[in-house]
Ligand binder design. Structure first.
Ligand code: HEM
Length: 470
C-alpha cells in the first residue's frame, strides 16, 4: 500500500512545522554565544528555521532581508491577531505555555488594521510631549532622569572609598527607568514606591509575580480612570486627549505595556550599552570616546538587541520563505538578533568604520515599528553618559564570557553587571542616619537626613529592592 502523505507535506514539499521543529531555541549557545547558534541554524536551514519555543513549534526567521520584508508587510499578508494562530484555535497550545499570558494581554501589539491605527495614533500623540525635546515635558523628564542617575550613583558608592564594587544592573540600569515609569504614567508620588516594587516583581517573574501583576493592573486601571475625569501632564492623559473614546480597559492595557517597555527593555538597553562600552569589543567604546553616544547605543542595539526575538506573527496565506512553505496560521517569530548576524546585513558594515549601520532592526520597522524609540534613546543616553562622567574607570568584575545572560526566548539582557569602579570625583559620605524604612514614601519631598527629594526616594527604593531580593 502507498504511504499516506499528509496534505501539508504534499503541498509544501516538506513535512509540516509540527514534525520539523525538533531544535530547541533555548539552549546554552543561544544564551551565551547567540551568534554561533544563529550561524549554525543558518547553515542548516537557511533564512528560516523550525524551532521549538518552550514546547511550541515555531518558525524562527533569521535572515535580514526576510525579517525586514515581513516587518514591512507591503502585501498585507501578516497578522498579529492571536486568533490567527491555527494551533491555538484548534486547542493545541498548552494552557500553561509560559508566554501565553504575555500574548493574551490584547493590546496594540496584537492588533491589525484600523484597530492598530487608532491605538498607534493615541500612542504617537501621547508620547509627543515627552519625546519632542522642544517641549517642556521632555526637558523636565530629561532633568528627572539625570537627577535619578546622579542619585543612584551616589547611593551605590557612598560610604566607601574612591574605588569599589557594584552591580550596575541591579543598582543602576534597572531601577533608573523604573523610576521614570511612575512619572510618565502620572502616579501619585505616595503610591510610587509600592508600584515600582510590584513592577519589579512582575518583571522578574518570581513567586509573587501573579499577585504583583493583579495589584499593578488594579493600580494602573485606577490611574487611567482618574485621568478620564481629571487629566494631568502625563502619558495616559495625552493619549485620551487624542483618542477620547479609549475605554478604561483599553487604556489600562496599553499603559501596562509601559512597564515592560521602559522598566525592562530600556533598562536592558542601558545595561547592554554599558557592558559593550566596558568590554570594548564592538566599537561601542570607541564611539563613546569619540563623543558619539548615539553611535555607542546603536552598536549595542545591533550586537545585543533588547528585543532579540519578537512576539509571534501569523501568515494569512501559505507563504514560501527560503526552503520552507509557512502554512497560513503557523506561528512565526522574527529575530532581529539573528538578522543582525546575517552576512546580508553585516556585509554592509566596514569593520573599522566608526559608524555602524542604522538599518538595524532593534526598533522593528513597518506598521508595528517602535513608537518610543526617542524616549528610550534619551533615557539610555543620559544613563550611560552619567556613568562615564561620574566614574573614571569601570572594569568588569568577571570575564566577559562569564557575564550571566537572562534565559528568555524574547529578551537579550544581563541578569547582573558586576563592575569594579573608580570614581572621578571625591567619594560621597555615608548617609548620616541608618536606614529605617519610612511609613509613606514621597517621590519629591525633602527626605530623610536632609537628602534631596529624589535622593531620599532612591535610597528607600533600593532598600525595598534589597528586601525583596533577600
Ligand atoms: C530599549 C527600549 C525599547 C526597545 C528595544 C523597543 C523595541 C521595539 C520593537 C522591536 C518593536 C516592534 C515589535 C514588533 O514589530 O513585533 C516595538 C514596538 C513598540 N514600542 Fe518599543 N522599544 C523600546 C522602548 C519603548 C518605549 C520606551 C516605548 C513607549 C513608552 C515604546 C513603545 C512602543 C510601541 C507603542 C510599539 C508598537 C506596538 C505595535 O504597534 O505593535 N517602546 N518596540
Amino acid at each position: 500500500m502507498e504511504p499516506q502523505i499528509p496534505q501539508a507535506e504534499s503541498a509544501a514539499g516538506h513535512p509540516p512545522l509540527e514534525s520539523l521543529a525538533v531544535q530547541s531555541l533555548m539552549n546554552r549557545d543561544y544564551e551565551s554565544r547567540p551568534a554561533l547558534f544563529y550561524e549554525r541554524l543558518r547553515a542548516e536551514y537557511g533564512p528560516v528555521a523550525p524551532v521549538d519555543v518552550l514546547g511550541v513549534p515555531t518558525w524562527l526567521v533569521i535572515g535580514y532581508p526576510q525579517t525586514l520584508d515581513i516587518l514591512r508587510d507591503a502585501r498585507g499578508i501578516w497578522s498579529k491577531r492571536l486568533d490567527s494562530w491555527r494551533a491555538r484555535r484548534e486547542g493545541r497550545v498548552p494552557a500553561d505555555w509560559p508566554l501565553l499570558p504575555a500574548f493574551e494581554v490584547d493590546n496594540s501589539v496584537f492588533r491589525d488594521g484600523a484597530e492598530l491605527t487608532r491605538l498607534r495614533g493615541a500612542w504617537s500623540a501621547g508620547l509627543r510631549p515627552f519625546q519632542d525635546r522642544t517641549r517642556p515635558q521632555a526637558r523636565a523628564l530629561e532633568r528627572a532622569v539625570s537627577s535619578y542617575a546622579d542619585d543612584l550613583i551616589t547611593v551605590l558608592s557612598e560610604g566607601g572609598g574612591r574605588s569599589g564594587w557594584a552591580d550596575l544592573s541591579a543598582q543602576y540600569g534597572r531601577p533608573l527607568p523604573l523610576m521614570v515609569v511612575g512619572r510618565l504614567l502620572g502616579f501619585r508620588p505616595e503610591r510610587g514606591e509600592e508600584l515600582l516594587m510590584d513592577m519589579w516583581r512582575l518583571l522578574d517573574a518570581g513567586p509573587d509575580a501573579a499577585e504583583a501583576s493583579a495589584r499593578l493592573f488594579g493600580a494602573v486601571a485606577d490611574v487611567c480612570a482618574a485621568k478620564m475625569v481629571g487629566p494631568g501632564d502625563d502619558l495616559p492623559s495625552y493619549m485620551l486627549a487624542e483618542t477620547p473614546d479609549l475605554t478604561i480597559d483599553e487604556l489600562t492595557r496599553e499603559m501596562l505595556m509601559v512597564v515592560g517597555l521602559i522598566g525592562d527593555y530600556t533598562g536592558t538597553l542601558i545595561c547592554n550599552t554599558a557592558a559593550e562600552v566596558i568590554i570594548g569589543e564592538s566599537g561601542a567604546r570607541d564611539s563613546l570616546s569619540a563623543g558619539m553616544i548615539h553611535e555607542a547605543i546603536n552598536r549595542a542595539a545591533i550586537s545585543s538587541p533588547p528585543m532579540s526575538n519578537l512576539t509571534f506573527r501569523w501568515p494569512k496565506t501559505d507563504v514560501r520563505i527560503g526552503r520552507f512553505t509557512l502554512a497560513a496560521g503557523d506561528p512565526v517569530m522574527l529575530s532581529p538578533a539573528a538578522a543582525h548576524t546575517d552576512p546580508a546585513f553585516t556585509g554592509n558594515m566596514a569593520p573599522d568604520s566608526i559608524y555602524s549601520s542604522r538599518a538595524h532592526l532593534a526598533w522593528g520597522a513597518g506598521p508595528h515599528a517602535c513608537l518610543g524609540r526617542d524616549l528610550a534613546t534619551t533615557i539610555t543616553t543620559i544613563a550611560v553618559e552619567k556613568l562615564f562622567e561620574r566614574f573614571s574607570e569601570l572594569r568588569l568584575a568577571l570575564p566577559a564570557d562569564q557575564l550571566p545572560w537572562r534565559s528568555s526566548p524574547m529578551m537579550r539582557g544581563l541578569r547582573s553587571l558586576p563592575v569594579n569602579y573608580t570614581l572621578a570625583g571625591e567619594p560621597p559620605e555615608a548617609p548620616a542616619a541608618p536606614a529605617a524604612a519610612p511609613e509613606r514614601p514621597a517621590q519629591g519631598d525633602a527626605g530623610e537626613d536632609g537628602d534631596s527629594g529624589t535622593m531620599s526616594f532612591v535610597r528607600r527604593f533600593l532598600r525595598v529592592l534589597r528586601r525583596s531580593d533577600s
